[in-house]
Design a protein around this ligand. Structure first.
Ligand code: CO8
Length: 262
């Protein structure tokens, strides 16, 4: 597939998807969502890729939401299909078996915040702005915001953001636990890449297991989550990276993880 609404590149073992409609502040229209979905499928199939970074093209935005121009022409049934497509893609992003870091370089509004909420870490530049402003359009978040935001920051903070539609700075988003780290604008990608390289050097099986245990556990009760953790941790022990990690400790040397799937 040719990509025009996103830029998809892989350097060494780190993939980057850049949302690329800067004239519309990278708003999510159907062609962009199709390309994003296809790129995620490519990443699923490519075992060499160990970390994914998401960011936005241009100086102003990560993603300013779903494309309001496109949405305003749809009837309720068509909106339902559009939203279902969005949910399927964002679920696929969340379930990706590798770490995903959102590098927020400006506005992350509506669908932009909702994509970030499905990532594992959110790093944001000092000039970033977050918000779920759908209420100001007479609608509500439709790409998972009413579900993922309260799970991350708590029910009442999420309600305040969603009921008022207010925008908050990256620094405020960090304070409420939505953002992992705030970086100077010109250092954002450097910081994100440093973290991505750190993660890429870890055992792939263990990273995947940790991500699954946390994601599934957060959606279940404590006992179910702990039972899942026991099984997943035990399975990790069968991996070559675990053999390497455990024997490196006993040999008093630094582990050299190959990061394979065995
Ligand atoms: N969709 C389409 N175009 C957009 C969007 C968007 N979400 N955001 C910005 N643009 C376009 C503008 O129309 C403008 O285009 P043009 O130059 O052709 O007029 C261009 O991007 C630049 O934008 P502005 O001139 O507005 O830039 P400012 O710096 O003045 O303002 C803002 C930046 C504050 C980000 C402003 O553009 C804005 O408020 N954008 C909309 C943000 C928003 O409401 N996002 C939520 C969208 S809804 C959603 O994500 C989920 C919907 C699910 C339910 C759907 C049911 C129908």
């Amino acid at each position: 597939m040719d990509y025009t609404n996103i830029i998809f590149k892989t350097e060494e073992n780190i993939a980057t998807i850049t949302f690329n409609r800067p004239k519309a502040l990278n708003a999510l229209n159907t062609p962009l969502l199709n390309e994003f979905s296809n790129a995620l499928d490519e990443i699923y199939k490519n075992e060499a890729i160990k970390v994914l970074i998401l960011t936005g093209a241009g100086e102003k935005a990560f993603v300013a939401g779903a494309d309001i121009t496109e949405l305003s022409k749809l009837n309720a049934l068509q909106v339902k299909f559009f939203l279902k497509k969005g949910h399927e893609i964002i679920d696929k992003l969340q379930m990706l078996p590798i770490p995903v870091i959102a590098a927020i370089n400006g506005f992350a509004l509506g669908g932009g915040s909702e994509i970030a909420l499905a990532c594992d870490f959110i790093y944001a530049s000092e000039n970033s702005t977050f918000g779920l402003p759908e209420i100001l359009l007479g609608i509500i978040p439709g790409f998972g915001g009413t579900q993922r935001l309260p799970r991350l920051v708590g029910k009442n903070i999420a309600k305040e953001m969603i009921f008022t539609g207010k925008m908050i700075s990256g620094a405020e988003a960090e304070k409420i636990g939505m953002v992992n780290k705030i970086c100077p604008k010109d250092k954002l990608m450097e910081e994100v890449l440093n973290t991505a390289k750190n993660l890429a050097a870890k055992g792939r099986v263990a990273l995947r297991a940790a991500k699954e245990a946390i994601n599934w556990g957060m959606n279940s009760d404590l006992a179910t989550g702990c039972a899942f953790e026991i099984d997943t941790c035990a399975l990790c022990v069968a991996s070559e990276d675990a053999k390497e990690g455990l024997s490196a400790f006993l040999d008093k040397r630094i582990a050299n993880f190959k990061g394979g799937l065995k």
